[in-house]
Ligand binder design. Structure first.
Ligand code: ZN
Ligand code: ZN
Length: 334
């Protein structure tokens, strides 16, 4: 595999995993205090500490990373045997709330997954894929980029399915955007979106999510007109395909609102629509995700910005009246 040498070593993978667990447990300490692992019910490693990095709330979803990893490995093995079930999805998506793990928990599970498959060449690319997304979630973009580049080239070399290659392209485009490689992100995201459209058509969850990521990149690059046109077309599809309450549907609405309020040509109505959209999105994100989730804080930032833009416009002094039309003597116009 043509990947970075720091990846290949199984002992190093184990060490990176241990470090990632410590950091994730520390970050979750306040949230998980006094809770019990829902998988081992307190029978597991007392010293490990608990994490929670999905949309579970209250007493739900607290777990040891090692227990989440065991659950994911079992599900993955069943998929490899053709026994059905959720399969590899469990490495990145919670089995209780069905939302993706985020932040440092996603990163710890990424290392867990890589540690599991590093010595098993046929399944290694699964581990690499989950690790790449996890590193990106933990904002370790340079590491994420090298892992995701390696994933993509490995897949192309091994003749992976178009579906899997498009997933890898989407992930790499996301990391490019996050690490301010905007032009590269735009090119890769445009290609991925076109690929999904070709493969599954517009009414498909992968196509919709790729469209949302493409629109986000367009907005970052201040190509607001293109972003708005794409989102006007695809948000109704997201509502049908993902559901009106899916976190990604709200993210798409938030990006649409951002493209509205940041655009120089925004009308007063556009600004009001942006604020209203973000107020709705914020309320739902707080209820469904939590105040600390990165999606919620992103929506809150946009809400503050959109209110400021609307406030500035509403309190702006009215434009000066047009100068009086000159009075002409009819004869002079001839
Ligand atoms: Zn446990
Ligand atoms: Zn959950």
């Amino acid at each position: 595999m043509a990947e970075t040498p720091w990846l290949r070593d199984a002992a190093q993978a184990a060490q990176k995993y241990d470090e990632a667990v410590v950091v994730a447990v520390e970050a979750c300490a306040e949230d998980t205090e006094g809770q019990t692992c829902y998988i081992c019910h307190g029978e597991g490693d007392e010293d490990e500490g608990l994490v929670r990095g999905c949309a579970c709330r209250g007493a739900s979803g607290n777990a040891h990373v090692s227990c989440l990893a065991r659950l994911a490995e079992d599900a993955g093995n069943r998929e490899l045997r053709g026994a059905g079930g959720p399969g590899f999805v469990r490495w990145h998506t919670c089995g209780l709330c069905e939302q993706r793990y985020h932040g440092l928990v996603a990163c710890a599970l990424g290392w867990a997954c890589w540690k599991t498959y590093v010595s098993s060449p046929p399944d290694r690319r699964f581990g690499l894929g989950v690790l790449g997304s996890g590193l990106s979630e933990a904002k370790l973009y340079e590491d994420a980029l090298s892992v995701q580049e390696a994933t993509l080239s490995t897949m192309r070399r091994l003749g992976a399915s178009e579906h899997d290659i498009l997933v890898a392209q989407d992930n790499l485009a996301f990391t490019c955007r996050k690490s301010a490689r905007h032009e590269r992100a735009l090119q890769m995201q445009r290609d991925a979106y076109a690929g999904w459209l070709r493969l599954y058509g517009e009414e498909d969850e992968h196509t919709v999510m790729s469209a949302g990521n493409y629109a986000t990149t367009l907005t970052y690059l201040q190509r607001f007109g293109e972003a708005k046109a794409l989102l006007r077309r695809t948000i109704p599809v997201a509502q049908r395909v993902l559901g009106a309450n899916h976190q990604f549907t709200h993210q798409m609405s938030a990006i649409y609102a951002e493209a509205l309020y940041k655009d120089d040509v925004a009308t007063l109505d556009d600004l009001r629509e942006a604020v209203m959209t973000l107020e709705d999105a914020e309320r739902i994100a707080r209820r469904v995700l939590s105040g600390a989730h990165s999606v919620t804080t992103g929506i809150e930032r946009r809400l503050r910005e959109s209110r400021a833009a609307l406030g500035a416009r509403e309190t702006a002094p009215p434009p000066p009246p047009p100068p009086p039309a000159p009075l002409y003597d009819e004869d002079e116009l001839e």
